[in-house]
Write a protein that binds this ligand. Structure first.
Ligand code: G3H
Ligand code: 13P
Ligand code: ZN
Length: 328
């Protein structure tokens, strides 16, 4: 059934686990997530980006999630709007049936310029006001996602801020986080700790200087009742990169967020973990391998089947690692 995200995150907090929030764009991704959730009896957060809505269309996404709920009535499902760039976008998503929205006021409505703190408070507060009136959960974001290695916003894949940032911008400030949550009354807070979207997060296996798990601990100590959200949380498995390269892909050396670092975050208030890239890598690896090994095949179902199975496998692994098994 469709539930509010607040309900799921509260349960996760009471029971000390975290919930992966998977980006979806098509049928096979939705099916993979639901099959994994069903097998493990895990709660589901599926989220759609602006890019997903553009790719699939609002109606197709909504009906895909409705189909998931109909096919698996015993699994609680949240349909979340990822990175809303304005209150109007959040409002439109709610009208379209989403049970949760993200107001990303860390950037201005152009999605590129770093916003002022007061702008972020204002738009987040506004979204909380109309969302809470009808039981919709609100995630807000404080701090700018980007790399502490290059001091760049994560513009590379079309998301996030342009240009060079300061360390202060790239790490959510503890006192400001407390003030922000108190003033906006958001349900969940996305924080900046050195992660960025896409496959190219770190040039080496991250250590504390470029992935600031300690900052999570400090924020959680100050606002223990706020559910924290980690964006850019794909782990970018080396074995998937290897398959992609082996079967004709061209991907540079890169590292993601290690699962054990996310687990440390979950011990300190992280309740929602955003993952998109890992599913993309899994599906691409399986598709490349299948088509390479079966050059005469041309029915899309033939390569979408292993792609869907690969997505299901990584979703299962994240559900298990984050403690979701049996929590639905
Ligand atoms: O917000 C980031 C997600 O990875 C979505 O990416 O905008 O390419 O759909 P997208
Ligand atoms: P990844 O690119 O690391 O999967 O992050 C996805 C995300 O944060 C979506 O909001
Ligand atoms: Zn994100």
């Amino acid at each position: 059934s469709l539930v509010s995200m607040r309900q799921l995150l509260d349960h996760a907090a009471e029971n000390g686990y975290g919930i992966p929030a998977f980006n979806v764009n098509n049928l096979e991704q939705v099916q993979a997530i639901m099959a994994a959730a069903d097998a493990l009896n895990a709660p589901v957060i599926m989220q759609a980006s602006a890019g997903a809505r553009k790719y699939a269309g609002e109606a197709f996404l909504r009906h895909l999630i409705d189909a998931a709920i109909e096919a698996y009535p015993h699994i609680p499902v949240v349909m979340h709007q990822d990175h809303g760039q304005s209150p109007a976008v959040c409002m439109a998503a709610i009208r379209s049936g989403f049970s949760s929205v993200m107001m990303d006021g860390s950037l201005e409505a152009d999605g590129k310029s770093v916003a002022s703190y007061e702008y972020n408070v204002d738009v987040s507060k506004e979204v909380v006001k109309f969302s809470h009136a009808i039981g919709v959960t609100v995630e807000a974001e404080l701090g700018v996602l980007g790399s502490l290695e290059t001091m760049k916003g994560d513009k590379e894949d079309g998301h996030g801020a342009d240009g060079t940032m300061t360390r202060e911008q790239l790490l959510t400030d503890v006192a400001q986080a407390a003030d922000f949550v108190q003033r906006t009354q958001c349900d969940a807070l996305a924080i900046a700790i050195g992660t960025s979207h896409g496959a190219y997060k770190f040039t080496r296996k991250p250590t504390g200087d470029i992935l600031a798990i300690d900052r999570i601990k400090e924020i959680h100590a100050r606002i223990p009742n706020t559910h924290l959200v980690m964006h850019g949380s794909s782990s970018v498995p080396q074995e998937l990169l290897a398959i992609i390269r082996e079967f004709g892909g061209d991907m540079k050396e890169t590292y993601g967020v290690p699962v054990e670092e996310i687990q440390e975050g979950i011990r300190h208030g992280v309740r929602k973990i955003n993952i998109d890239t890992d599913i993309r890598l899994a599906m691409t690896a399986a598709t490349r391998k299948f088509l390479f090994e079966n050059p005469s095949k041309f029915d899309p179902r033939d390569f979408l089947k292993p792609a869907r199975a690969a997505a299901e496998q990584i979703v299962r692994a994240r559900f298990q690692a984050f403690g979701c098994e049996g929590q639905a």
